[in-house]
Design a protein around this ligand. Structure first.
Ligand code: PMP
Ligand code: GLN
Length: 389
């Protein structure tokens, strides 16, 4: 057997755009503003808690649903932030990153043939999860410059076949943070069509001057919402892959069913580290946000000075910019030039649209990098000239 044997459910999928661009960044010694991972470490008090757990023998399988102290810490923080009171034992499930929480939600809750509504541009794993579950995706496009939800398009997308809608807020890659009007509209349609919502809130602590709202806290939504998040972004430990799902028992049981056969449990000592992280004082979250606001402003201003049309994000650590002032045919050609000739890696967002044409004028930069690195990237990009084609 020598030919490719990948199952047909992955037809049309290749290496992710993040893997591809990080590989090219290394090859060309480019500054990597592509894949979203910080070039700095998370706090020592979290590392110390994980090291202590390893040394004190917390090294065997964790309980499938999570180390009890972590389930408690997640429930307590969610209570403070949303006003909801999930039961740590029956309504919180610890997973291997938000990625596994997404896969477990789709596999546990969505039947083959069901329709799932996704907003595009989308985080790439959503489409793969839809494919793994054998479901059918319906897309709503968030359009520049403000990337707001189009009410008519959303109403049109819902039908009696809609099993779920996936909402990512703050939204990667547009930086939009959905407001209460948008969440109320989603809630109204979910109730009308008896659909559930799966929310990806991994950037919940990264907002700039706007509030992150939890869809689960909107009237009547808790019973039909699975809230997902993870440690990676908020604590700058993307490699730890500790995530979680919060939902009432009739939804949590389904997520747990898939989770116990996907991974069974997540790394025990890192769950102990996560307890220290989630119990961090408010000052940690305030300083975290303030440092990211400085990085955001630095990159947004720098990109504008260099000549991009920038769409400043309300949240996340990404910024979308329009590269058309430089005269390239599309985002892939632009990103290739940027890596090879300028020495900066970014992500071509056409990979995040069902119809790649929709994203061809845009480029995504990540600002989860030191200020020195961001300055150096801007200085390199000041060499960009309009290409005469
Ligand atoms: N959702 C979004 C929107 C993301 O950007 C990411 C990036 N890593 C993930 C989920 C995956 O999270 P994790 O690393 O916790 O699996
Ligand atoms: N979430 C990160 C991003 O959007 C990438 C994670 C990954 O490489 N899969 O850039």
């Amino acid at each position: 057997m020598t030919t490719q044997q990948t199952a047909s459910r992955f037809d049309g999928f290749g290496a992710t755009i993040f893997t591809e661009m990080s590989r090219l960044a290394l090859e060309h010694d480019a500054i990597n503003l592509g894949q979203g991972f910080p070039d700095f470490d998370g706090p020592d008090f979290v590392k110390d808690a994980a090291c202590e757990a390893i040394r004190s023998g917390q090294n065997q399988y964790a309980r499938s649903i999570g180390v009890p102290a972590l389930n408690k810490a997640i429930a307590k923080r969610f209570q403070r932030e949303s006003g909801l009171s999930p039961d740590p034992e029956t309504e919180i499930t610890v997973t291997t990153g938000c990625s596994e929480a997404l896969a477990a939600s789709f596999l546990g809750l969505v039947n083959p043939g069901d329709e799932v509504i996704l907003f595009e541009p989308y985080y790439d794993s959503y489409r793969a999860c839809v494919a793994m579950a054998g479901a059918k995706a319906k897309f709503i496009t968030l359009k520049p410059p403000h990337f707001r939800i189009d009410e008519a398009a959303l109403r049109e997308a819902f039908s009696d076949k809609t099993r779920a809608i996936l909402i990512n807020t703050p939204h990667n890659p547009t930086g939009a943070v959905f407001n209460l009007d948008e969440l109320h509209l989603i809630a109204e349609l979910c109730k009308e069509h008896d659909a559930m919502a799966i929310t990806d809130e991994v950037y919940e602590h990264l907002t700039f001057g706007v509030e992150h709202e939890h869809l689960a806290a909107v009237d009547g939504m808790y019973e039909r919402t699975v809230t997902l998040s993870s440690l990676g972004k908020t604590f700058s430990f993307t490699g730890w892959k500790i995530g979680w799902a919060i939902a009432p028992p009739h939804l949590s049981n389904a997520v747990r069913m898939a989770h116990q056969y996907l991974t069974f449990a997540s790394a025990t000592p890192l769950q102990h580290g996560a307890v220290a992280a989630i119990n961090a004082p408010d000052s940690y979250f305030d300083e975290f946000r303030a440092a990211y606001k400085r990085r955001r402003d630095l990159l947004v201003d720098g990109l504008a000075r260099v000549g991009f049309k920038v769409h400043p994000p309300q949240g996340t650590y990404f910024v979308l910019a329009d590269h058309t002032p430089f005269g390239f045919a599309n985002d892939v050609a632009f990103c290739k030039y940027l890596i090879e000739e300028i020495g900066v890696a970014a992500i071509p967002p056409s990979a995040f649209y069902a119809n790649p044409e929709e994203g061809k004028d845009l480029v995504r930069f990540a600002f989860c990098k030191s200020e020195a690195m961001l300055r150096e990237a801007i200085s390199r990009m000041s060499e960009l000239k309009r290409r005469e084609v």
